[in-house]
Design a binder for this molecule. Sequence first.
Ligand SMILES: CC(C)(COP(=O)(O)OP(=O)(O)OC[C@H]1O[C@@H](n2cnc3c(N)ncnc32)[C@H](O)[C@@H]1OP(=O)(O)O)[C@@H](O)C(=O)NCCC(=O)NCCS
Length: 141
Amino acid sequence: MQEEDLNAVSAAEAESTQHPWSRELFNDALKPHYSSWVVRKDGMLVGHAVLLAVLDESHLLIITIRPSWQGQGFGAKLLEHAAERAKLAGATQMFLEVRVSNRVAQTMYVRHGFSEIGRRKGYYPDADGCREDAIVMRREL
Ligand SMILES: CC(C)(COP(=O)(O)OP(=O)(O)OC[C@H]1O[C@@H](n2cnc3c(N)ncnc32)[C@H](O)[C@@H]1OP(=O)(O)O)[C@@H](O)C(=O)NCCC(=O)NCCS
């Protein structure tokens, strides 16, 4: 991901989730310690991911595939790419949080070696102005 991608990435994010990251957050993800990628197909932006590395741990902060491109293997490919790059950079484990309601993402993570290690109560805002728990997942690299 580069600065010139930020408008397209923010637009893709806004069409893909109810609680999108802002352009400013994506801009922060271009700074040191973060790794960020976009996926393109025939020149079209399909999705994006951001990873934060702290010592030998990596934290997947976001992974999004635009709705019209979901279910075609892009998310799985991007997840594996992020894990591979984290490992090459020296990480031995990868962490992430996922909404308890997000069964599609949970299924993808479990299929790719992640398992639940805990929950964070009220971690996410939800659509009703309430809070939703996060499942914390981890995978060895
Ligand atoms: C989660 C997300 C990134 C998955 O990307 P995707 O490109 O649609 O996923 P893939 O086609 O690579 O499928 C990967 C796995 O996800 C699961 N999956 C995908 N679509 C699914 C569906 N409709 N129902 C159930 N499981 C599904 C499957 O386990 C699939 O693996 P399989 O095909 O080997 O069974 C995408 O749905 C997305 O961007 N969602 C909105 C944002 C989001 O929730 N991000 C994750 C936040 S933690």
